[in-house]
Design a protein around this ligand. Structure first.
Ligand code: NAD
Length: 467
């Protein structure tokens, strides 16, 4: 860890300027490992969102629009290199704000670099099509940027969630207004230093920190934006999609999950137990695709659960900066919410085998890796996204029952299948099939197929006719 504080920016970033919010208000952000306030950050509101959208519009119709795809590509590569050169600084700041282990933050910042490298390479390869309507009808499409894009992001992977949608948006020639989560506003602000340093035109990258009901709502309802990418809860996603519908704007929603991990008796139990534990307890369970439902074949349930519990109990908790295996939850509010679910699980008849509120921490939002057995698929801890280190164990007798339980969910984000039988894992039809909208994770590291975000341009159809 460096000696100086990694917190360098707390003001809004609009048109390449650092600004207080129009009404001068701020809010506090807290280190979840210590519960100490680490910064007072500008609390942006509707007026500030207006300013940011105006700045983004000016950049879009002006200097940014005039750059060639190759120019944009070069600039985005430079963002990647600069961020890479400051990786530790950004990782420390992410850990301070989220509580996650430093090595996880480093991995996420490396992922941000990768987003920029990948989409820098894509910037000059966005092609249209020609459509063969016959010799008298020249017909082709041109891909154009949408304009001002809004990015509303959650707190669980703060800068990573910014970069995942920002990099493709900029590559395609759009400009951006970012609304970070109020729990973790710091890295999106610091990221602006890079855009300044690299002389990006003012207004290409703007950040309005603040609360969801204020800055977030104002941004999603703003008539001057041309698309919204929202990553967060289903509940807020519904609000955002309504706002987008009102103005008939394209919207990308990346929402929550209650992903099953299905363990068949023929799999490598040691390997599967390690993957299951990683799948639910990484980032203290605060991943959208956390494997929070464990489905185990009857015949191996007891020995398999033994392996999972042994590994769960071995997880070392601590402040993110101290490189533990698992850090605290992100905030006081979320801590109470997760403990509330643990209480609900007990009340609804599930049996807690390990976990609950972590012992030995005077401060910080620490919950121990928790395992509930004898979970019925209808109860709340089996159905609702807890977004914490809580694993619900359900049993099944055969393939048909496994897929029926796995698919008994309103969510469909991800799935893990552990078996040596590849036909079973990839089955497309019949009672043993996992729903199509779920990702199948196979193999040692869980190969996940991430959708590439390519929704950053409109396709304009050019039709010419000889008659
Ligand atoms: P959240 O929905 O509470 O907040 C997300 C963002 O929306 C924040 O920036 C918040 O300020 C803003 N917001 C809140 N109310 C708003 C409103 N009325 N209008 C506009 N914006 C508003 O979610 P969270 O608690 O920050 O994040 C956790 C959720 O995110 C989980 O459900 C998780 O599964 C999901 N998530 C999904 C993915 C994915 O890729 N599918 C990735 C990460 C997180």
């Amino acid at each position: 860890m460096g000696t100086s504080s990694p917190i360098t920016r707390t003001q809004l970033f609009i048109a390449n300027e650092w600004r207080s919010s129009r009404d001068g208000q701020t809010f506090e952000t807290v280190d979840p490992s210590t519960e100490e306030v680490i910064a007072a950050v500008a609390r942006g509101g509707a007026d500030d969102v207006d300013d940011a959208v105006d700045a983004a519009r000016e950049a879009f119709v002006g200097p940014w629009r005039r750059l060639t795809p190759e120019d944009r590509s070069r600039l985005l590569y430079r963002v990647a290199r600069t961020l890479e050169s400051r990786l530790d600084e950004f990782a420390e700041l992410e850990t301070l704000d989220t509580g996650k282990p430093l090595q996880h933050s480093r991995g996420e910042i490396r992922g941000c670099v990768r987003y920029f490298d990948y989409y820098a390479g894509a910037a000059d390869k966005i092609h249209g099509e020609t459509i063969p309507l016959g010799p008298d009808y020249p017909n082709y499409t041109v891909r154009e940027p949408l304009g001002v894009t809004a990015h509303i992001v959650p707190w669980n992977m703060p800068l990573s969630m910014v970069c995942r949608s920002l990099a493709p948006a900029l590559a395609a020639g759009n400009t951006a207004v970012i609304k970070p989560a109020e729990q973790t506003p710091l890295t999106a602000l610091k990221f602006a230093e890079i855009f300044l340093e690299l002389d990006f035109p003012p207004g290409v990258y703007n950040v309005v920190t603040g609360f969801g009901e204020e800055a977030g709502r104002a941004l999603s309802e703003h008539p001057g934006i041309n698309s919204i990418t929202f990553t967060g809860s289903v509940e807020t996603g519904r609000v955002v999609i309504r706002a987008a519908a009102e103005h008939v704007k394209p919207v990308v929603l990346e929402l929550g999950g209650k992903s099953p991990q299905v363990i068949f008796a023929d799999c490598d139990l040691e390997l599967a137990a390690s993957e299951v534990v990683k799948g639910i307890y990484s980032n203290a369970g605060q991943y959208c695709d956390a494997g929070s439902r464990l489905l185990v074949e009857d015949s191996i349930k007891e020995p398999f659960l033994g392996k999972v519990i042994e590994r769960a109990r071995a997880i070392k908790l601590g402040a993110g900066m101290d490189e533990p295996d698992m850090g605290p939850l992100v905030s006081d509010e979320h801590f109470e919410r997760v403990l509330g679910y643990i209480e609900t699980g007990r009340k609804e008849g599930a049996r807690m085998l390990t976990g609950g509120r972590a012992e030995g921490f005077g401060k910080g939002y620490f919950v121990a890796p928790t395992v509930f057995d004898e979970v019925e698929s209808g109860i709340r801890i089996a159905r609702e996204e807890i977004f914490g280190p809580v694993l619900s164990v359900l049993r099944f007798a055969d393939d048909a029952e496994a897929s029926s339980i796995a698919n008994h969910s309103d969510y469909g984000l991800a799935a893990g299948i552990f078996t040596r039988n590849i036909d079973r894992a990839l089955r497309e039809r019949g009672p043993g099939r996992l729903r199509h909208d779920q990702r199948v994770l196979l193999g040692r590291h869980g190969l996940s197929v991430r959708r590439l975000q390519a929704e950053w341009f409109r396709t304009r159809k050019r039709v010419g006719g000889a008659r």
